[in-house]
Design a protein around this ligand. Structure first.
Ligand code: F6P
Length: 359
């Protein structure tokens, strides 16, 4: 008999359901006696012992469904050792729930913060297997996270739609793309959508270089310009500030401009005289059905996770490296961010295509 607990934590993304289905199918189809407990709303379900015993039917018909049928929530790692408002010791409570149900393993689907807590639970002696989900693709140890390709599709679609209206009106358009502190999503959606300028956190921008590029395009007869701007994009000037100075500056600036895109739009309008508009697709990038790539990818990761559990191999994230599904020790993954290397070949190739990074 194998008793498994499963939870999805952090911001959701499109292929959580297919990934859980993959794990469950591999386990149920093995012929072993298996019980799967689904914890509701991420680590909250584990802390407060809110769960449901799941059966085969729970995992059917969900391959094409976005979101997570278990629900998700953010349980910040930063305060995981601090008692909650109700005085509860979160780590002790999670361990208690695990032992109360006599679980053999927890399957945890999540991004960066989730992996830190998963690793902490491993250090506390629990058996854990994780799966890499996030539209940001910023998890260390895997070339790809599920949710990412689906989000690239949504963000690309937004840029495609903006392209036609930008052309009709001869406007400068900024499409703000999610991705937290990294630029994978913006870079890929920007290239797929034919953006003329792509701004990512890893390559701080110079506003004058961007204005110059727009003016050059206008001079060459292109009356519109599309910018794909990462929500975490940062100017050279701001990147040179200390964390404290930057925070202080942002507290003031964000009162006037809700995000970096609006700040850039204001400056560009003044510097170029162009009509500049901002579009923020926001959480639509995390919503809707998983794309076919993610359905297959998440199913594969899930199935491999199921196999690890059947073999009694714990303490790994199931990831993707060099076109192979691999298991990576959790301690190697937790707490590290996978950023876009500014010297990556994709950046060089984008520049060869004439895309400006504002650097
Ligand atoms: O990590 C996924 C993500 O969508 C980021 O791209 C974004 O910065 C963040 O989550 C938004 O978080 P929330 O859903 O809590 O607003």
């Amino acid at each position: 008999m194998k008793r498994i607990g499963m939870l999805t934590s952090g911001g959701d993304c499109q292929a959580l359901n297919p990934a859980m289905r993959g794990v469950a199918k591999a386990l149920f189809n093995s012929g072993e006696d298996v019980e799967i407990y689904g914890f509701l709303d991420g680590y909250q379900g584990l802390i407060y012992s809110r769960f449901r015993l799941l059966n085969y039917a729970d995992f059917t018909g969900i391959l094409t469904k976005g979101g997570t049928f278990l629900g998700s929530s953010r349980t910040p790692f930063k305060t995981i050792r601090e008692p909650g408002p109700d005085g509860i010791d979160k780590v002790a409570a999670m361990k208690q729930t695990y032992h109360k149900l006599s679980l053999d393993c927890l399957v945890i689907l999540g991004g960066n913060g989730t992996h830190k807590t998963a690793n902490l639970l491993r250090e506390e002696g629990l058996h854990v297997i994780t799966l890499p989900k996030t539209i940001d693709n910023d998890l260390w140890g895997t070339n790809m996270t599920f949710g990412f390709q689906s989000a690239v599709n949504v963000a690309t679609n937004a840029i495609d739609c903006i392209h036609t209206t930008a052309a009709s009106h001869g406007r400068v358009f900024i499409v703000e793309v999610m991705g937290h502190k990294v630029g994978w999503l913006t870079l890929n959606a920007g290239m797929a959508g034919g953006a003329d300028i792509i701004l990512i956190p890893e390559i701080p921008y110079d506003i004058d270089k961007i204005a110059k590029k727009i003016k050059q395009r206008n001079a060459h007869g292109s009356q519109f310009t599309i910018l794909a701007v990462a929500e975490g994009a940062i100017s050279k000037e701001d990147a040179a500030l200390s964390k404290k100075e930057y925070k202080k500056k942002m507290l003031k600036i964000r009162k006037e401009f809700p995000s970096v895109s609006y700040e850039i739009a204001d400056k560009l309008a003044k510097k170029t005289g162009c009509d500049v508009r901002v579009t923020v697709p926001g959480h639509t990038q995390r919503g809707g059905a998983p794309c076919p790539y993610d359905r297959v990818f998440a199913s594969r990761l899930g199935a491999e996770a199921g196999e690890l559990i059947l073999n009694g191999e714990y303490g790994f994230m199931v990831g993707y490296q060099n076109r192979e599904i691999v298991k990576i020790p959790l301690e190697e993954v937790a707490g590290k961010l996978k950023m876009v290397p500014p010297d990556a070949s994709i950046i060089k190739e984008a520049k060869l295509l004439g895309i400006s990074f504002g650097d």
